[in-house]
Write a protein of this length. Structure first.
Length: 251
């Protein structure tokens, strides 16, 4: 979990909190003149690397411009988040490059090669035990594997940047029916360009990505037959060449 970085103010050479200097800043807020200059110092956040602080001098009048910029930025971020939330729960067609095969160790110290699953659809699911949406998604993937038993759809989970023992303990408390691999150095996550967790790629029988989603997904409502049908179709076919009775992945 990321921690907010403490922000301290240096007023006339003395370090004070924002609240301590609020009263002294009041005359400027009413348009009065002041010779005070503010220095913004960042505290040290343990566990993160930061460049040496470079204090910059801001006139108080610029504080109001900064506040306005922050408000505008917050509104923009909120609008983007709302737009992304409206797309939640959708498997997006993959139009990027192919992903490289990999070999990783399972939580039981067994080497697992993704290429061994060639010939059947595969879901490659990147997760972490500290990720709350990931915790809720793993049981749904277990139920998906049970539903897909007669359709030969495989699931592989990849724990990102975690060591064996805590992952194994977590899986013992959350039983699943598919392999759990360890990407301790994030080499596979980087090669697959995973930037958020959970992220899932849906591969066809040739292990080529066909769909992906960079957030949690309700696998219980997945149209499994429709997914298998789409994965079996030629990915080079244009949408208007598909059959009229083809099924959508999402109901």
């Amino acid at each position: 979990m990321s921690r907010s970085l403490p922000l301290l103010l240096t007023l006339d050479g003395k370090r004070r909190s924002i609240g301590a200097v609020a009263h002294e800043m009041a005359p400027e807020s009413r348009g009065a003149q002041s010779d005070h200059t503010l220095h913004f110092d960042r505290g040290v956040n343990r566990g993160c690397a930061y460049a040496p602080p470079q204090p910059s001098r801001w006139r108080v009048s610029l504080c109001w411009r900064s506040a306005l910029a922050i408000c505008i930025t917050a509104l923009a971020v909120g609008a983007a988040s709302f737009a992304w939330a409206n797309r939640a729960g959708e498997l997006q067609p993959w139009s990027g490059v192919e992903k490289p095969a990999f070999t990783l160790s399972t939580i039981d110290s067994i080497q697992f090669n993704l290429a061994a699953l060639r010939g059947q659809p595969v879901l490659v699911h990147f997760f972490a035990t500290w990720c709350e949406p990931c915790r809720e998604e793993l049981p749904a993937l277990r139920r998906l594997v049970t539903r897909a038993a007669n359709r030969q759809v495989a699931v592989v989970a990849v724990s990102v940047a975690e060591v064996r023992l805590p992952v194994k303990r977590f899986i013992e408390q959350t039983p699943i029916n598919f392999p759990v691999l360890l990407d301790e150095d994030r080499a596979v996550a980087r090669a697959w360009e995973v930037t958020s967790l959970p992220t899932t790629f849906v591969l066809d029988a040739a292990l080529k990505p066909r769909f992906a989603i960079a957030q949690d997904y309700d696998w219980d409502r997945l149209d499994l037959d429709g997914l298998v049908e789409k994965l079996a179709a030629d990915p080079s076919r244009r949408p208007n060449q598909s059959t009229a009775n083809s099924k959508e992945i999402d109901p």
